[in-house]
Design a protein around this ligand. Sequence first.
Ligand code: HEM
Length: 510
Amino acid sequence: MQAVRRSASIITTAGKQFTRSIAVNSATINANEEHNNLKSWREIPGPSKLPIIGQLHHFLPGGSLYNNEDFINNVMYERFGPIIRMEGYFGSPPIILLYDAEASAQILRGENWMPNRPGFQSLQYFRKNYYQKQGAAPDGPTGLITDHGDVWKKFRSTVNPIMLQPKTIKLYTSSLNEVAEDMIERMRLIRNDKNMLKGNFDFEMNLWALESISVVALGGRLNCFDPKLPESSPARKLIHLVHEIFTIVDQLDFKPSVWRYISTPTFKKAMKLYEDQISISKHFIAVAMKELKSKNQPSFEEKGVLEKLLEIDENVAVIMASDMLFAGVDTAANTMTATLYLLANNPDKQKKLREEILSDKDKRSYLKACIKESMRMMPVVAGNMRLTSKEYKILGYKIPKGTYVSFIHQALSMMEQHFPQPEKYIPERWIAEKDDPLFHGNAHPFAWNPFGFGVRMCIGRRIAELEIETFLAKVIENFQVEWFGPPLRTRSSSLNYTIGPFNFIFKDVK
Ligand code: HEM
């Protein structure tokens, strides 16, 4: 049923050259497969190629995809359909882009025993060298973002029982609540006479996200909200670094770059940024460890993430804390901005949310629904990636072992066949009953995947959810959030960044 509905909608929304290969139901595709009638992956449609430079001209000034903020979502899908081949350049391999939930499920499930998520190769290159220079074994860990295979598996099984344990994460409820209250106070302090925040709104959200993740990663406060925090302070430096790293990763690892052959100025800059990020994180971790040692030892149950990890393996604890400070700032901050924007533009939903918050109910299902809905419409991560460890037969093509496949869940979760009225912000769909046409369970389970999938799913998911729920509840309790002017824009990079102007108004709730 899913496949039939999917085909129909694809034909009406795009209806171009690709319809021939997919305007069939899954039974027909299976029959084709049985008859071994599959096409080579080289025949997968994609942007046209020129001699020598291949598809590169599309991304150069004047090219159809040059600086196109929406190319990964709508433009590509509408032109080429649910499976697209992008050429590799300068040592980076070709990538298959998938806009089909069932085909994504097939590969993500097929890879779930030991998933390899490529995408941060320059960071991986740096970390391998860095840790070896520090005396680590060549097969020593460098972190969940950059490790693969047995090294990743060992690291992940060490941190999983701690970082995904609801009881451990719950320990942070009151500290995150304090962070949220302090941020509200700061917002009041830096409001101008128009009730807008002075300075950069995105930077303010990053301050909140860094202060929040530090509570978990370092077991204490960084005091990012101090109005006297100097520009040269390590906290401010870290925020700028994380931001710059995600941008440079995009240039080196997600766009054509010759860094594998030539040490370009961008590559040199990246190596410096990566090193500075580790140095600053290590500085914070050293201070945190010193403070922990001077404190009375709580029982194991009451110990936080850093303390528990330190007890198991100091090296793992330091690497994990550093990755939390890296992966947990821009992700949470941009999700928060997107949620506030959508609530500001949907005052009826905001009112309903405020009513739930003020009712002091223990179960805040509408709050969770509001966040899920904003992650459907404006996810901070547009897609995910796997390196295939075997051959797959999908959508009429053979995808060989060793292929990079990217799953564009942002586009999937905006498709009518998965989520009716996809352009509308309807948190109700996440709490609707089964017989309601909006019921989220009618969507294919792989059409909404903001935290990734399976054993490699985001390790910070529970932490991020608690942080965002806590802060969002405080903002809505305290402020009537409004928006004026043109819609909020986003820039697609390795993350989806919301970009200014941030026309938010925060009026006191009467
Ligand atoms: C709204 C916030 C966040 C979103 C949407 C998000 C999303 C993601 C996604 C899509 C992945 C890839 C998963 C996969 O390959 O299947 C991932 C991985 C990861 N995330 Fe998050 N993330 C968020 C917040 C955080 C936070 C707060 C932390 C810090 C604790 C964090 C740490 C990580 C790490 C370390 C990985 C790599 C996991 C692995 O490969 O084993 N993330 N995240």
